[in-house]
Write a protein of this length. Structure first.
Length: 278
């Protein structure tokens, strides 16, 4: 039998946009889910006035908001503030609450460079490419306590991922090359060859690879991965949708094709704007 949980407060008419992560939540339970899944992102900017006002005005949780204001005034540690929210919704048991508190404490003692890396990686995973790029660039500009060579190589690799997702393959190749020259990491070399593969014609790429390396292991693995990606894509709804568009285009369904193509392009534009927005 499935357990039934009673929600606390009401569903907001306007969402709370959580600082640093750009995530929108619409109720206390969504806020609790965010906390549990992203405890390593929480910092001292989390207990802010926007959060307290949103809980009171949008969710109708004025008592909770007042208790949180008292906790904040008393300069109690962040984990106590967070656990007050989780306990209000009866969202976690004691052991899970202790785990989240440990994560928050560990994050507080983490060097700033590592904290920013965690946030930048989070942006990259979530598809917030512009925000990820800004965070990585800020790390590279640090003159004191900046990233070491290993972190710098990883940053350049991840920046390569950002540019590749934006179809800027030349810039991506340059970043992967820097990372490989610094660390000799095989994944950096793989990314470099992949970025070159995407920007060159077949004949140009074959010439480039033959001159670049005598070891065909990584180029062969790259081709195998590309073929697998194509096969996997053929099984997706997105590929089926494109195939239907192709049939409309060569057939007599011109009006339907135009409308469907515009809808698909608009969806792509929305996704792109999300990726490059701050």
């Amino acid at each position: 039998m499935v357990n039934i949980y009673q929600c606390v407060g009401r569903y907001a008419s306007a969402p709370l946009v959580i600082r640093n992560s750009y995530i929108r939540v619409w109720c206390l339970e969504e806020l609790c889910y965010y906390i549990c899944e992203n405890a390593d992102l929480l910092d001292d900017s989390f207990p802010n006035n926007e959060l307290l006002d949103w809980l009171a005005d949008e969710c109708g949780l004025r008592d909770l908001s007042q208790r949180l204001k008292v906790i904040r005034r008393q300069s109690v540690k962040l984990e106590s503030f967070v656990l007050e929210i989780l306990n209000e919704a009866h969202y976690v048991d004691e052991e899970e609450g202790k785990r989240i508190a440990r994560v928050i404490r560990a994050n507080r003692t983490m060097p700033e460079t590592e904290r920013v890396m965690v946030l930048a990686d989070y942006f990259l995973r979530g598809g917030h490419l512009s925000a990820a790029l800004s965070a990585y660039e800020a790390l590279l500009r640090k003159e004191t306590d900046g990233p070491d060579d290993g972190q710098r190589s990883r940053i350049w690799c991840n920046m390569g991922v950002v540019y590749a997702r934006l179809f800027c393959f030349r810039e991506a190749a340059d970043l992967y090359a820097r990372a490989y020259e610094l660390s000799g990491d095989g994944e950096a070399l793989f990314g470099y060859l992949a970025a070159m593969r995407m920007q060159l014609s077949d004949s140009e790429y074959l010439k480039f690879v033959s001159e670049y390396t005598e070891d065909n292991t990584i180029p062969a693995e790259l081709e195998e991965r590309l073929q697998q990606i194509r096969r996997d894509h053929e099984e997706t709804d997105a590929d089926a949708r494109l195939d239907a568009l192709r049939r409309m285009r060569i057939g007599s369904e011109r009006n339907e094709y135009t409308a469907a193509a515009r809808e698909l392009l608009e969806e792509a534009k929305v996704g792109y704007r999300k990726a490059v927005s701050e």
